[in-house]
Design a protein around this ligand. Sequence first.
Ligand code: BG6
Length: 506
Amino acid sequence: MRRLYCATSPAESCANPALAILRRTMSANELTQVIIFGASGDLTARKLVPALFAAHREKFFPGHFQLIGVARRPWDDAGFREVLDTTTAKTKDHDQAAWEEFLGLTSYVQTHLDTAADYAELGRRLNQIAGRPANRVFYLAVKPELFLPSVQNLTSAGMLDQSAGHFRRLVVEKPFGTDLASAQHLNGELLKLIHESQLYRIDHYLGKETVQNLLVFRFRNAFFEPLWNQKYIELVQITVGETVGMEGGRGGYYDTSGAIRDILQNHLLQLVALVAMEPPATLKSKSIRDEKVKVLHCLRPLTDMPEVENHIVRGQFEGYRTEQGVNPASETETYIACRTYIDNWRWGGVPFLLRTGKHLPARYTSITVQFRMPPTTLFGSYNECHLRPNRITLRIQPNDGIDLDFDVKEPGSGLVVRPAKLNFDYNDYFHHKPSPEAYQRLLQDVVLGDQSLFIRSDEVEESWRWADSLRQAMQQTPVHTYPKNTWGPATADQLFGECEGRWTTG
Ligand code: BG6
């Protein structure tokens, strides 16, 4: 992870730390080709191209940059550029001149990814477009069934060979497997073909600003760090709430996935790992990933819980079964909430309550850490069995920031205790300086060769180990239907013990 300390006015390196590092590691003449497999897909238009455009506009690539789209459609370069021009999500301050310059750096190569014979031509075209030796990032924005054939074909064609001194890196989108066995198989096969250091398993949540801030917040602030354990913390709750449902024809995919595979196994467990990990020895990717994997390893399988129906609530929004592509008798969960534990020294006995759902009333992702009550001898039984006064909420999105809840004395002659709040908002504090989009940050890290914000093979397997236990245990619980625009099944409130508070909703 890039480390720079900028106390006050930014020097150039602080204004753009990534660029400063890159200039030290790549020469101004080097060429980087980003090759997107699945270039006709939705992710390319919505996320990848805008991210690369922003990086190019901010002059991230010190040398030269080219984008090559690869898919089955019979397009040529001009056709691809035309498609990008109409489908790419553009920002409000879209700069047309820069965009046209960027389009001039794009090309297209028609390829059937599962056909080995097509790779010789792909390799020839990449060399021809480059005109000289180039670094290459292959981004697999394709169906999971194509991950392995694509990498096998790239390897057989010698296209992942780095012996000439230029890097070959591979970015793999989620889902990485559908359970522990399939993830192990995929890891095993991929790692026969490519070194772990070339493999970037992406989870775009790790590119979000507030997610990255978790490390700074926890390990840079002396007044939080000493309290961050079971002695002082009573409960941690994490919500990834979404207002969206099956838009964009996602029903078919989602029905085979569900909330556990789609969000909980990856985005949400990454938040758990970052909030609960031990301080890493350094900010190098190995140290960070070593600590995260230990947390995932200690997550208690739901199948080990007695009365598992008291620890899991699964739901499905009303009307889900009539969505396009969804089985009319589907039991797939569009909402899941559970109570679990991290069985290690720091967290022993502290419940972690996790939930995610579609069609909730707000897009709201947050982590709330709730502290134990101090002795109540002085101020009587106020709040004894009510919401705990001391809480820290890390708001991931929207409106990234941090809230502190605490009690104060109400002004006046009596002694009345009232809850109060301190808020920190990134936008206000940093004068609306926009953060890079998650995909931009992550793509830049791939070029930098920094794997800290990517998932290592053992992390992905530990996440599936636990997610599988949840999926298995969930079979013992009913599917509750919930109306759209509500916070899911009402029974999810019962996951909290009597005096443990309730779900936060922003
Ligand atoms: C994706 C899921 O990984 O993350 C989607 O497949 C989900 O179902 C999306 O909507 C949420 O991402 P964000 O950044 O909008 O919170």
